[in-house]
Ligand binder design. Structure first.
Ligand SMILES: [Zn+2]
Length: 253
């Protein structure tokens, strides 16, 4: 029986091909050098990365992010995904920051490039060991982010894909409305709209409190109004430069 390969499978093949699996943190630029692929840094305005792939011309353009160098790496790994994944056949991909740094359920092609990038930078085979050694939740996500040189958001999504317990990652944007949520293992739906006043994230948007991810118990209705009588652990970090927060939601044991 033929088995369909996932974006993660292609990333693992590339890591083996480039013989780079032991060089942590993995630098996608080293992979581009091994592939003799031209990469140019460009001051794009509205896009973060471009892949041009025509018959005799393959090159990647990246907008460098000096504030968040992890984003530059992620963008490069994402464009490599468009190059390597076999059904990404357009001559050109122009990817915005929304394409690269968020989870949008309907954006299949961009999510595939993100899954590829996440596996390339944070191979599951390696992070499984980190997950055994480090306290679960935000602490482990921060450990992954530090060890692999990846953004907290990309590390959080990769972490959520690797655990076997219910949890959600929620990004809340400027003005305090929920931008996107990614739930796994039957974690209940997170209500969209303005973030509820009894969430920790609310304190950043409406009380100007910077949030460092300290775990706090909140009522489940804070994140899904129809689920009464339970508690959740919320760990929320604020990003003042971006005016966003990232919340990790888990269920207490
Ligand atoms: Zn893309």
């Amino acid at each position: 029986m033929m088995t369909l390969l996932t974006p993660e499978d292609y990333a693992q093949e590339l890591l083996v091909y480039c013989n780079i699996l032991n060089d942590i943190p993995i630098e996608p630029m080293h992979i581009c050098e091994k592939l003799h692929l031209e990469v140019q840094y460009k001051p794009f305005e509205s896009i973060e990365g471009v892949l041009v792939n025509r018959d005799c011309q393959t090159k990647i353009g990246i907008r460098p992010n000096h504030t968040y160098p992890a984003r530059t790496k992620l963008t490069l790994a994402h464009e490599l995904g468009h190059l390597i994944l076999p059904h990404h056949t357009k001559y050109m991909y122009q990817c915005t920051s929304e394409d690269i740094s968020s989870y949008r359920p309907n954006n299949v092609i961009e999510n595939e490039a993100n899954d590829f990038a996440a596996e390339l930078l944070m191979p599951e085979e390696l992070i499984k060991n980190d997950m055994i050694m480090v306290q679960p939740g935000l602490q482990c996500i921060q450990h992954i982010s530090n060890r692999y040189g990846t953004s907290l958001t990309a590390s959080a999504i990769k972490y959520a894909k690797s655990v076997n317990f219910p949890m959600a990652i929620v990004q809340t944007k400027v003005g305090g409305s929920i931008d996107w949520a990614y739930s796994v293992n039957n974690f209940k739906y997170v209500e969209r709209g303005l973030v509820h006043y009894s969430t920790v994230a609310h304190n950043y948007f409406f009380h100007n409190q910077e949030l460092n991810g300290t775990p706090q118990l909140v009522n489940s209705t804070a994140w899904h109004p129809c689920d009464h009588g339970h508690k959740l652990i919320e760990e929320t970090v604020s990003f003042p430069n971006l005016h966003t927060t990232l919340s990790i939601l888990t269920i207490p044991e």
